[in-house]
Design a protein. Structure first.
Length: 133
């Protein structure tokens, strides 16, 4: 089984880091958040893949959960970053080495107070349909 999700994650990070407007709204994009990281930042909270093969064609459904972390008074800041993520990722093209992304769309987004009222976390769920090229 190919780990298409690893290639998708690399491509998503590259796309997010390449967007100047998004990077004006957050300080970093992490897979694993280092201790004492400054807020706000985006974290890839989860990623999974499921085979969707058709006759003679390897394909996958890849689901990605992105989190935007800000200070507690930053709900507006978290929503602004989510809004930009939507603009950058929803139905956008994504270059993934060795694969063809057939579709990428934002499935859901939410914004919650977290960590004993000291942080706000905005969460976005992406769905990608990917084929081997």
């Amino acid at each position: 089984m190919s780990l298409v999700m690893q290639a998708v994650q690399q491509a998503l990070v590259f796309k997010m880091l390449g967007d100047a407007v998004l990077m004006d709204r957050v300080d970093a994009v992490y897979d694993v958040v280092p201790q004492r990281s400054s807020l706000p930042y985006i974290c890839i909270a989860g990623i999974e893949q499921e085979a969707r093969d058709s006759v003679g064609q390897a394909a996958w459904e890849v689901r990605v959960e992105l989190e935007v972390w800000t200070e507690a008074e930053g709900r507006k800041q978290a929503m602004a970053a989510l809004e930009r993520l939507q603009a950058v990722l929803h139905q956008a093209s994504l270059s993934v080495t060795g694969y063809a992304v057939q579709e990428m769309r934002v499935m859901a987004a939410r914004c919650d107070v977290a960590e004993r009222q000291t942080r706000v976390v905005g969460t976005m769920e992406l769905l990608l349909l990917v084929q081997q090229s």
